[in-house]
Design a protein around this ligand. Structure first.
Ligand code: ADP
Ligand code: MG
Length: 686
């Protein structure tokens, strides 16, 4: 295979221009996030099959993946066996022993093998001393092994095997120079790193383990340097003089206006925030607190103090539902002080939007609560002093920057329920100070969590019915099925009609999902809040932030589909009042790892323990590769394991930015461009 047209290849050429990549395969590549030739070249292998040191048959370890070198001795030919599976058999041997090779339903490999010729067979050897067998082995010729002794194994997806990916990448390797090298030559020399094209070629097709390791080291370094440069640039922003100087405000009057007392943790966090805001540089603070710890109230106190000092404030939420809820809560808390709250989302009618924009611009609105619509260019604040971002992990780092750019260095408060180990937090949120809410409001009873299978669904609904009978409300979460041609809407709609309504015939059941119009979403949520609905069947659009204290049961169908942190967030929707609350994880998945994960959640309500467990079992790759922190997904580096490289990259980034804060020198142009690209992607994903 060769790319169809050499002259027109660029890094941005779509993968479908490769030979052998039709629309179907292109679509599968897209699922892996691979759109262009550059993406494909940067799709690095997970590990290698090492064909360079094959075993003899007698020495091959049993029941483990290995490579055996042997000669083809006999080919008895194919025949049908019971169960309708086709079987191909070949006998191979070396000086000492023989090995029976068997292929099921794969008539292509065996006929190609030549009698008397030696091959490399990769697979699992089973049997005893005399009879050894390998089922469905991979075969390589002597020539193939000489060319590529280490064979790359790629992360795969449904319908796109590592082998197909390897073939596509191999035809591209002669064009590895397409990828410009962002690292300046002096840096390569200093750290003795290979150039970009060389490293890419070597990681896909290394001549030795050392070469693979060297290539990996270079690519990890590059990735971490880009990451640290991106974070470092935001940090520079933070040390600037604030555009919203204010005096230290006494929060007393705000606390006194509440029907309850703030927790000690809330008081402490607010004190930290208020002293930040009275400082000379602008605040950059992260408020971290488990679900239900009362972050909204802390934000409200900060907003109150900001507006008291004569500035406007803005609060950004990741979903329309949450934004609407915050607007309502904050209006209730702040209206007694004569504070005017405006609401802004993307779904608003043009006329309403115009009125709101005018109010923001002419200082008629003191606080603007909304979704990312707040970030759009038409929104101009008269004098923004404080920007708050709720559920920060749902946003890209860029959005944080975009909100801060709405004024001259406003104070910034970001809030998140996702706890991360402290040392990593400092590297990731390196530009932020951290306040922690380590105390729940009084009178909460811990949510009781139970696992069950679909067979128990009827009993479960009996329980829901009784709970509703005592005046409580329940959530039932169904997964969004992206893959099905019928789409998310059908999955949740069918469940709503055929399961929830059928099993709760005398109850008022509502339906909520992402495809509803903003107005419809608001109406459903309003009905649920006001108690006009007993049960709410929903996709995970209610995952974050939603606060209806009368709801006491959370049912999560297909619980195996979610990470523990997401499940913990969903569970956090209940247990918000004093009443006993329940979370049911429904799953028919039989995998031991999955069952163990779900059982773990049953054993604790502590968000930090949940995150730690997630980190240990799913591996930091998934944990940090996901959008948890709104940081770019990392291709190759691992923040947990590559800490030495991370520190080296951090030092280099600091030096670079000290000498060239905006990366405007010509030798840094490519670095600047790639940092931008990396963070733009992260932002665009949300
Ligand atoms: P989260 O930290 O998950 O965003 P919320 O801000 O939604 O939590 O608060 C959860 C619930 O706790 C809300 O119903 C809120 O009114 C209530 N709450 C917050 N602080 C207190 C407090 N000090 N005393 C009693 N209830 C509180
Ligand atoms: Mg919240």
């Amino acid at each position: 295979m060769e790319p169809e047209n050499h002259t027109t290849l660029t890094p941005d050429t779509p993968v479908r221009y490769l030979k052998g990549v039709g629309p179907k395969i292109a679509q599968r590549f897209e699922k892996l996030g691979i759109l262009t030739l550059a993406d494909l070249l940067c799709h690095y292998p997970r590990r290698y099959l090492d064909f360079s040191r094959p075993y003899s048959i007698a020495e091959a370890p049993l029941d483990t993946e290995c490579v055996v070198r042997a000669e083809v001795l006999a080919k008895p030919g194919g025949r049908r066996i019971t169960g309708g599976r086709q079987l191909e058999r070949v006998t191979a041997g070396d000086d000492v022993s023989t090995l029976e090779l068997v292929w099921f339903n794969n008539p292509y490999v065996a006929p190609k093998l030549k009698l008397g010729e030696a091959y490399y067979f990769q697979g699992i050897v089973t049997g005893g001393m005399l009879e050894r067998r390998m089922v469905n082995p991979q075969v390589r010729t002597e020539a193939q092994i000489t060319a590529a002794p280490l064979e790359a194994v790629y992360p795969q997806t449904d319908g796109l095997s590592s082998g197909v990916i390897a073939r596509c990448i191999r035809q591209l390797l002669p064009h590895a120079e397409l990828l410009a090298d962002p690292l300046p030559p002096a840096m390569l020399e200093k750290y003795r790193l290979p150039g970009k094209a060389e490293a890419v070629r070597a990681i896909h097709c290394p001549a030795s383990e050392e070469e693979a390791a060297g290539a990996r080291r270079r690519l990890i370094y590059e990735e971490l340097l880009l990451l640290q440069l991106g974070i470092g640039r935001m940090k520079n922003r933070g040390t600037a003089a604030t555009g919203a100087p204010m005096r230290r405000v006494d929060p007393g009057p705000f606390w006194d206006s509440l029907p309850f007392s703030p927790t000690g943790a809330q008081r402490r966090a607010v004190e930290e925030i208020l002293s930040d805001m009275a400082g000379e540089t602008s605040m950059n603070r992260l408020l971290q607190g488990d679900v239900g710890s009362g972050k909204t109230l802390v934000a409200a106190a900060a907003i109150w103090a900001c507006i008291r000092s004569g500035y406007q404030a803005a609060l950004l939420a990741p979903t329309e539902i949450l934004a609407a809820q915050h607007a309502e809560t904050l209006n209730r808390l702040l209206e007694p002080f004569g504070i005017r709250v405006a609401f802004l989302t993307g779904g608003m009618k043009a006329a309403a939007r115009r009125t709101t924009l005018a109010a923001i611009e002419t200082d008629q609105a003191d606080l603007v609560v909304g979704t990312h619509a707040i970030l759009s260019s038409g929104v101009n604040f008269a004098r923004l002093g404080l920007a708050v971002i709720d559920e920060q992990h749902r946003f890209g780092v860029r959005q944080r920057g975009a909100l801060a750019e709405k004024a001259v260095n406003p104070h910034l408060l970001v809030m998140s329920a996702t706890p991360i180990p402290r040392t990593l937090g400092l590297l990731i949120y390196g530009d932020l100070d951290i306040s922690i809410l380590d105390e729940l409001p009084p009178g909460r009873t811990p949510v009781k969590t139970r696992c069950l299978t679909g067979k128990k669904r009827r009993d479960l609904y009996g329980f829901l019915d009784r709970e509703i009978g005592t005046g409580r409300q329940v959530y039932i979460v169904c997964p969004a099925i992206e893959d099905s041609p019928t789409g998310e809407l059908n999955a949740v709609q069918t469940y709503y009609e055929e399961t929830a309504k059928a099993l709760l015939p005398s109850r008022r059941v509502g339906l909520m999902h992402g495809k509803l119009k903003p107005k419809e979403k608001a109406a459903v949520m309003e009905d649920f809040k006001a108690g006009r609905l007993d049960a709410l069947v929903s996709t995970t659009v209610i995952e974050v932030g939603v606060d209806v204290p009368n709801a006491t049961v959370m049912v999560i169908e297909n619980a195996e589909r979610y990470g523990l942190s997401a499940l913990h967030q969903l569970r956090g929707r209940v247990g918000r009042g004093a009443a006993e609350s329940w979370c049911f994880l429904v799953s028919d998945h039989e995998g031991e790892a999955v069952r163990q994960r779900l059982r773990f959640l049953c054993s604790t309500n502590d968000g930090f323990a949940v995150a730690q467990y997630d980190l240990e079992t799913r591996g930091p790759g998934d944990f940090f590769g996901s959008r948890q922190h709104g940081l770019p997904a990392l291709q190759i580096a691992n923040l947990m394991n590559d800490t030495r490289t991370l520190h080296a990259a951090q030092r280099e980034a600091q030096n670079l930015l000290a000498a060239d804060p905006l990366l405007t020198q010509p030798e840094h142009a490519l670095l600047a461009q790639q940092v931008e690209q990396m963070f733009r992607r992260a932002g665009a994903m949300n």
